[in-house]
Ligand binder design. Sequence first.
Ligand code: AMP
Length: 572
Amino acid sequence: MRRWSELAERVAATTRTSEKTSLLADYLRTLDADELPIAVVFLTGRPFPEADQRATGIGWATIAIALERVAGTDRAALGAAYDRFSDISAAVGDVLEMAGHAPNPAVSPSLFEVAATFAAIEAASGPARKADLLADLLARADPKTARGIVRILSGELRIGLREGLVEAALAKAYDRPLDAVKRAGMLTGDIGQTATLAREGRLDGAALALFHPLKFMLASPAEDATEIITRLGPVVWVEDKYDGIRCQLHREGSTVRLYSRDLHDISSQFPEVVTAARDLPWAGILDGEILAWRDGTVLPFIALQSRLGRKDPSAAILADVPVIFVAWDVLGLDAAARDGVVAPTLELPLTERRRLLEGLGLPLAEDGGGFALSHLSEAGSTDALEAAFAEARARRNEGLMVKDPTSIYSPGRRGYGWLKMKKALATIDCVVVGVEVGHGKRHGVLSDYTFAVRDEARDQLVTIGKAYSGLTDAEIATMTRWFEEHTISQHGRYRVVEPTVVVEVAFDVILRSNRHKSGFALRFPRIARLRLDKDAREADTLETVTRLFEGLQAGAEHLVTAGARKSSTAGG
Ligand code: AMP
């Protein structure tokens, strides 16, 4: 583990991509077959593979308790160190160093031992037991190794690594074509398994496995119809943007599984979809959305909310809030079952995938079945797009999802193949980094949020604004408790909190400003909703904000020019 931690620090110390790749490749080559998948999963900043359902359940508070035991310091010492570094792993390393923590190198934990401890922490119930296990591990780790361990546990690697770079390093380490590594990564959805296939020269053997969820393709926000047509045109595909919950459906024979956006198995929450998908004459994987639906109309998201997280729902709830699966994509398909694998279709253009989807004979809701196909049309101009937007809103949907008909399905990527058009203006997904108690009726609760976007180039969160919460009183109360438990340090009214909660922020205009670290500020920001379905990695980036800012600037200039023209006409 010490070598992994050293590598992480060396990778962090250079901003040059080629150097990062070389450092990684050299390191990967030294690993044996069993160590390799553990090390690469850790390099993606996760204790377990991404599609693994497990989570350690360790937060700041547990790390602080473990550290108190090992270094004999109090919680305030860690808070003070965090304020200096804004980085939990650096803070832990610093506290250990200051405390003179220097265990015998002979007991330094191996990668296997760290992986086994993460598994034990996950299985342990209660923060006290989890803290014990972590304390035992940290007690054997020198400050540098401890920094590495906490980097992974906190999910904040901060070494400027994206999965693409790990893939490039695997290609380089084992002298394999990068495309083959990327393809295996896409199909297996598991970087550890991909690493093993690359090492053994078996990348061609990567298969699309049923009942292992793939990462979902993501969409980028777009600020207006002009930008969408410019990026994806001349002709784009336009689908309604449904306001339900994203779902990936896998089926083979009578086995059906549903996976949520964070890759959890949610089959037991939606038994009617499982039943509807049973006994169809093909095996495959669909992408779509679960939607509350009655008599041909979409019910508001709030209705669906009453079904979320409820396993084995009662007959009364099933009758109260019926749901259907709206399908828009097919990622793998076979006419007959082949023991858990299917032929991938995700590399086909969208036009082809839609043709396959429409040929599946899904039992449609309008005929009493549990499915619908996403509403699809074509647009070749900004006017057509605006009209489609209005129609989608009239059908009570959130807006539009605009897709490039030639695009392939890219799991886990937030590219420009899909653009979302929601409101008159875009919203951005931000991470809450600080909270304060509110004023007036909200004086007892933490209702003012400071939030940030991701600066990918510098691999850090940069603040962009502060807003009073637009959440419901119940949500504010729940979040207040959460933020109290996940406070890192407190400065008067202001609490620095664990940067993991994502909120969708609406605003009027983006401005350049030195007030926030991002170099931007939002005018009239408001918290549109909590996005507990997203993790901090999915927050929008500084690059997106810059793009939206530039787009809005161009739009503003257009208005100014139009205004100037008008006044000159009036004057003439
Ligand atoms: P957002 O959650 O705001 O980032 O928007 C992306 C989400 O829109 C996806 O994860 C889907 O859950 C949802 N969505 C709704 N309709 C569609 C559609 N027709 N195609 C793709 N995604 C859609």
